[in-house]
Design a protein around this ligand. Structure first.
Ligand code: MLT
Length: 399
C-alpha cells in the first residue's frame, strides 16, 4: 500500500477558482435563462496579437517540413526566446545572462515548483492576502507558513519587521489580488532585509506590464543587490493573452548562491537547471516562437493596445465603485480591483449575493487569505461591453 502525502489533507477541498467555477455552474444549471458576466478568474478575452499568431503559423509550418522540424528542445528554452526576454529587461536597465533565464509554461507552475529547491524548517513569509498558489504549494510539501499582514492600514503593501527572521519571502507586485504595487524605496527595503537575513525573495512579476508609472519598478532586479537575493517569475498570460497558449519565464541569477548545511556553496541557478532538465522537456517550439514575437517592437505595440483596453475596463469599474462610495484598491497598475464588501457582507456572502441578484461573478477575498474575508476582487479582463453592463447592474443594486 502506498504511503500517501497526507499534507494534502491540510488543503481546502478545492482550489479557489475551481470552487468559483463549481458554484457558478450549479447556479447556472438552475437559471440557464440568465445572462452571466464573469469577472472572476483573471482570464483574458482579447485574442493573441497578430505577431504571435503569425509566429504560431510559421512555427507550425516549420514543424511540418523535414528540414526545419524540431524534436526535443533545450529544457531551459530556445536561445531566440531567451534573448528576446533579455532584450526586454535591458529596456528597464536590467542586464541578464541568457543562462539566468528559464522558459516555462507559465508562472503558476514555476511558483508552485520552486519549493523543491528548499529544504525543511525554513521560515517562509507569505503576504496575506495573496495568490493562493504560494500557500497551497508549501502546504503540499508540509511546510509551515508565516503570514505578513497586508491591510488597509499599510495599503496592502506590507514591509518587513526587522525583529522577525525569514529564509524565504514571497512578494507579488503588482499584487494579485489587491492591485497594490511596491515603489522603488519599498522594494529596496525588502531587498536589504533579505540580504541582512540571508533570505531569498521569490518575486512574482506576472502583472508588471500593467505598470504605467515609469518610476515604479517592473522587475525586482531594478533594485540594487536583488540579483544576490531574488528569483523572479513572469508570464505572458496577462501581458500577451497567453492564458491558453501557455508561456512564462523564471529568472534565477547565477549570483544566487547559498551555503548548504555543511557550509559548501550551492547555486540556485544550477539547482533549477538540474530540476528543469530532469522534470521538464521545455515549452513547445511554436509557443516559444510566438513568445519571442511578442517581445518584438511590433508585438509590444500590439500588446500595449490590449493592455489599454483592459485599463479602460478597470477605469469603468473604479469610476462606478467611487460613485457608489465603495472603498477600493488597485485598478491602476493592475487589472484587478479590490473592494470592501458592501452592506457588511463577508466575501463569500458577497459572491452569492452578486451571483443571485445581478449574475456577476467575482472572486471572494477570503480565497486569498484571512485578510481578504471582507473584500472582493473584480477583474478588468472581460470585454468592454460586459464590463459596462456589469457596472450598470452594480449601480442599480447598490444605488
Ligand atoms: C487569477 O485570477 O488570480 C489568476 O488568473 C490565476 C492565475 O494566473 O493562475
Amino acid at each position: 500500500m502506498p504511503k500517501l502525502n497526507e499534507n494534502y489533507r491540510k488543503l481546502k477541498d478545492s482550489y479557489l477558482f475551481a470552487e468559483i467555477a463549481h458554484r457558478t455552474a450549479a447556479y447556472m444549471e438552475k437559471h440557464s435563462d440568465q445572462s452571466l458576466i464573469r469577472l472572476g478568474i483573471g482570464d483574458v478575452t482579447r485574442p493573441l496579437c497578430h505577431c504571435a499568431v503569425q509566429a504560431l503559423h510559421e512555427g507550425a509550418d516549420e514543424m511540418g517540413r523535414a528540414e526545419t522540424f524540431k524534436g526535443y528542445g533545450p529544457e531551459q528554452g530556445y536561445e531566440e526566446t531567451r534573448r528576446a526576454i533579455a532584450d526586454y529587461y535591458k529596456k528597464n536597465g536590467v542586464e541578464l545572462n541568457l543562462a539566468d533565464i528559464f522558459i516555462s509554461d507559465g508562472a503558476k507552475s514555476d511558483t508552485g515548483n520552486i519549493t523543491e529547491l528548499f529544504g525543511k524548517g525554513n521560515v517562509i513569509l507569505i503576504p496575506d492576502p495573496v495568490y493562493p498558489v504560494y500557500v497551497d504549494s508549501n502546504i503540499m510539501c508540509g511546510n509551515e507558513v508565516t503570514y505578513i499582514s497586508g491591510n488597509a492600514e499599510n495599503d496592502f503593501l506590507p514591509l518587513p519587521n526587522e525583529n522577525q527572521h525569514a529564509d524565504i519571502i514571497y512578494i507579488c507586485s503588482p499584487n494579485n489580488p489587491t492591485g497594490a504595487c511596491y515603489n522603488r524605496e519599498q522594494l529596496k527595503i525588502w531587498v536589504d532585509y533579505a540580504r541582512r537575513h540571508e533570505a531569498v525573495i521569490l518575486f512574482d512579476a506576472a502583472y508588471e506590464a500593467f505598470i504605467s508609472d515609469p518610476s515604479l519598478p517592473r522587475s525586482i532586479y531594478e533594485i540594487e543587490g536583488a540579483k544576490q537575493c531574488a528569483i523572479e517569475f513572469c508570464s505572458l498570460s496577462k501581458t500577451a493573452g497567453f492564458t491558453g497558449t501557455r508561456c512564462g519565464y523564471t529568472i534565477v541569477p547565477e549570483e544566487l548562491v547559498f551555503p548548504d548545511s555543511t557550509g559548501e556553496e550551492m547555486s540556485l541557478n544550477a539547482m533549477w537547471n538540474r530540476r528543469q532538465s530532469t522534470k521538464y522537456n521545455g515549452t513547445s517550439y511554436i509557443v516559444q516562437k510566438a513568445a519571442a514575437a511578442v517581445f518584438s517592437e511590433e508585438g509590444q505595440k500590439e500588446c500595449e493596445e490590449n493592455l489599454s483596453y483592459y485599463k479602460k475596463n478597470a477605469k469603468v469599474i473604479a469610476d462606478t465603485l467611487r460613485d457608489l462610495h465603495i472603498p477600493f484598491y488597485g485598478g491602476i497598475h493592475s487589472p484587478y480591483i479590490w473592494f470592501e464588501c458592501p452592506r457588511g457582507m463577508d466575501s463569500w456572502e458577497c459572491f452569492d449575493y452578486l451571483l443571485q441578484e445581478i449574475q456577476v461573478v467575482g472572486t471572494p477575498g477570503a480565497g486569498f487569505g484571512e485578510n481578504g474575508r471582507n473584500y472582493f476582487r473584480l477583474t478588468s479582463f472581460g470585454t468592454y461591453e460586459k464590463t459596462v453592463e456589469a457596472m450598470n447592474r452594480f449601480r442599480s443594486l447598490f444605488a
